[in-house]
Design a protein around this ligand. Structure first.
Ligand code: PAF
Length: 288
């Protein structure tokens, strides 16, 4: 596995792959790799002959007072995991490399799908994500890039970005990876103390319970959201948002008549957790 630190080094390695006719898949990460990230690498290996994983904690997607400084940085362990998983290239750029004229020189902004949900609670977050993802796609020019559905809104944002910047790249997704008790894997789970860790699976449980109840009769998205909200509060989580949206483009909905996703963010102590659940008639979770 090559470890590259500059766009120029990365370009040289990738040029060799392309000359050999190999396709390239990119997996963008902020490091602190866990089984959720490794599922993205696995998916990338299915999609292309060569897999590039970027590890870069992107400052522009963190707001003031968020956890940029504390975000876990575990570079050596990440490198070992990627080596064992058969990644071909680790790209670990510096901030000078990714933002040569500073963090505000160029910003990529995506409309509509960044409004509401995490976009409301984290102003500027998706500008930071869209900007760094665009830069990584420009640096690697991959055939495809793989994102986790855990960050569902991010995945929709990146699809809209690639489509509207006319980028010749397929944006692929991998399903959420969960602990045995249902908690979605996230680097931020490391912030939970043992008692909070025992409470945290309630987030996913509440989403499932509310969707199950909707399937059993309630047909109103607002009722479904209200029930999930109450369940979260009952187990000591502080909901930030709980919303049913159309799956494709996260449009607001007034019925449950098609592919839907229930998305939520909730606070537990000082930790912000997010999760989501796709549902709808086509998934068998609601009647046709
Ligand atoms: O999902 C993440 O880890 C980050 O938002 C990403 C896509 C690597 C951009 O920094």
């Amino acid at each position: 596995m090559y470890t590259t630190y500059t766009v120029a080094q990365l370009g040289e390695v990738l040029a060799g792959y392309r000359r050999a006719g190999d396709r390239v898949a990119l997996v963008p990460t902020m490091g602190n790799l866990h089984a959720g990230h490794m599922a993205l690498v696995e998916r990338a290996r299915e999609l292309a002959e060569r897999v590039v994983v970027s590890v870069y904690v992107n400052p522009t997607q963190f707001g003031p007072g968020e956890d940029f400084e504390d975000y876990p940085r575990t570079f050596e362990a990440d490198r070992e995991r990627l080596l064992a998983a058969g990644a071909d290239v680790l790209f670990a750029p510096s901030t000078a490399e990714m933002y040569p004229d500073g963090p505000t020189a160029v910003t990529v902004s995506v409309d509509r799908v960044t409004e509401g949900l995490c976009g409301a609670g984290r102003p500027g977050h998706f500008d930071g994500v869209a900007t760094i993802v665009t830069k990584l796609l420009c640096a690697a020019r991959p055939d495809c890039a793989v994102f986790g559905k855990k960050d569902y809104q991010q995945w929709v944002v990146v699809r809209r970005l690639a489509r509207n910047l006319l980028l010749d790249v397929a944006i692929e997704a991998a399903p959420v990876v969960r602990e045995a008790d249902g908690l979605a894997l996230s680097s931020r789970n490391a912030y939970l103390d043992p008692a909070e860790r025992r409470t945290a699976p309630c987030l996913y449980r509440s989403l499932r319970e509310a969707v199950r109840a909707a399937g059993a009769g309630g047909r109103n998205p607002r009722e479904l959201e209200g029930q999930a909200w109450r369940l979260l509060e009952e187990c000591g989580l502080e909901p930030e948002y709980v919303e049913v949206r159309r799956r494709d483009d996260l449009a607001e909905v007034t019925d449950l008549g098609g592919p839907r996703v229930l998305l939520a963010a909730a606070h537990l102590g000082g930790t912000r957790l997010i999760d989501n659940l796709e549902f709808g008639p086509s998934d068998g979770t609601l009647e046709e």
